[in-house]
Design a protein around this ligand. Structure first.
Ligand SMILES: Cc1cc2nc3c(=O)[nH]c(=O)nc-3n(C[C@H](O)[C@H](O)[C@H](O)COP(=O)(O)OP(=O)(O)OC[C@H]3O[C@@H](n4cnc5c(N)ncnc54)[C@H](O)[C@@H]3O)c2cc1C
Length: 381
């Protein structure tokens, strides 16, 4: 077993939350080790629409998605299972960029800022005498003062830690593919179908990203993805048009299952959890990536205060928990409620037809699931 010395912070997981916190901390001369089990770059199942809420912060870290070709998105279309259309304007707007590109940009930035990267799988973390020990499957033991848990929505570590949400079966699966065809650059569409919804928007390569989430019970009645798309998604005429008028860019779609929206804890065994590891908002709200980035920013600020000995470990944990709840609790509740409305075909049809008659409500509902665009503190620059 090897031990690496002088690490202030170990970040477990190199998704948006992990990479963002690693860059933020390294920019402030913190010795950071990021452990990620997979290689970069790679595609991930995601709607790839990000709210502008985090754009100034990303820019302050030296990442500018717009200059990398991300599509600026201002409009939203929602269609019901019966193909009724509601058109709206996104209050804050957002941008479309593939995870292949965004995660790679952040990964390169992290390396540039001096973050050490280890491509291994963490399989245990312990905390004794104010010090963490992180163990990898490959046999390393590494110690640090702080650990950030940014290992996504479902990981071997959740099982190891016996987290509550992992004990419940989750009935959702998701599919994502890039396709070629015509679609407005400035639009994100949410097309509902029986048992789920499909997000459609463009990314920096001009590809259209199709990403849908469905209940497993609806999917399992069909032989495969193709049949499910034909028999269920295509009942919505907007989705039928998209499937018929576009051609696939992936050899086969990516899929994931066991997506859970159960409540999680942002602190576990003195570890600060960021992104989906702390809590996941329903993808329908298009805010998970912003929450991952924003939580990483919040954790990093508190960790810097701790490392500069301005606050104790107890205060670090208390402050992070308080700020996390203040920032995200309402969004998560609103997200759960909206997802519940959409789950029932009759109620969702009724609520959407009400929304069609009162379109000024749409931006208000969107605001409930999103944060505000924040000015970036001078500490970031
Ligand atoms: C179907 C779907 C559509 C979505 N659409 C949108 C959208 O349009 N807009 C939006 O804002 N959000 C969307 N989201 C949410 C968004 O994808 C997530 O909130 C975001 O990816 C969270 O980032 P993260 O860094 O927390 O996790 P991730 O990006 O999942 O990163 C976690 C990382 O940890 C690594 N890891 C896990 N375990 C270990 C281990 N033991 N050791 C080492 N590494 C490990 C993984 O390999 C992974 O790279 C969607 C989610 C889903 C499921």
């Amino acid at each position: 077993m090897k031990t690496q010395k002088d690490i202030d912070v170990i970040v477990i997981g190199g998704g948006l939350a992990g990479l963002t916190s690693a860059i933020h901390l390294a920019k402030h001369h913190t010795q950071v080790l990021l452990i990620e089990k997979n290689t970069f770059p790679r595609h991930k199942v995601c709607g790839e629409y990000i709210s502008n809420e985090v754009l100034p912060y990303l820019r302050s870290l030296g990442i500018d998605p717009i200059s990398e070709g991300a599509k600026e998105i201002r409009k939203i279309n929602i269609t019901t299972t019966k193909s009724h259309l509601i058109e709206g304007i996104l209050p804050l707007g957002g941008f479309g960029i593939s995870r292949y590109k965004l995660d790679e940009l952040l990964f390169q930035k992290a390396k540039e800022e001096g973050v050490q990267i280890l491509q291994e799988t963490v399989d245990n973390i312990t905390f004794h005498n104010d010090l963490f020990s992180v163990f990898t499957k490959e046999g390393k033991e590494i110690q640090s003062k702080i650990v950030i848990g940014a290992f996504g929505k479902r990981s071997n570590l959740d099982v190891k830690m016996n987290r509550k949400f992992i004990q419940k079966k989750s009935p959702y699966l998701a599919v994502k593919a890039h396709v070629k065809g015509d679609f407005p650059d400035d639009l994100v569409a949410l097309h509902n179908f029986k048992g789920g919804y499909c997000g459609v928007s463009k990314v920096e390569t001009d590809a259209i990203n199709l990403c849908y989430i469905s209940s497993f019970s609806s999917f399992k009645k069909h032989k495969n993805i193709d049949e499910f798309q034909k028999e269920v998604l295509s009942k919505n005429s907007y989705l039928k048009d998209i499937f018929e008028s576009t051609s696939p860019l992936f050899e086969k779609p990516l899929s994931i299952s066991q997506i859970s929206f159960e409540t999680k804890s942002p602190i576990e065994n003195h570890m600060l959890m960021c992104g989906d590891t702390a809590g996941m908002i329903h993808p329908l709200c298009g805010n998970g990536m912003s929450m991952a980035i924003r939580s990483a920013e919040m954790a990093s600020e508190e960790i810097l205060n701790y490392l500069e000995q301005k606050i104790s470990r107890k205060e670090l944990e208390k402050n992070y928990l308080r700020n996390w709840n203040k920032e995200f609790k309402t969004r998560l509740r609103a997200g759960h409620f909206i997802a519940w409305l959409f789950r029932n075909e009759f109620i969702s049809e009724l609520s959407l037809s009400f929304l069609k008659r009162a379109p000024s409500l749409l931006p208000k509902i969107i605001r409930l699931t999103h944060g505000k665009q924040k000015y970036v503190s001078s500490r970031h620059l």
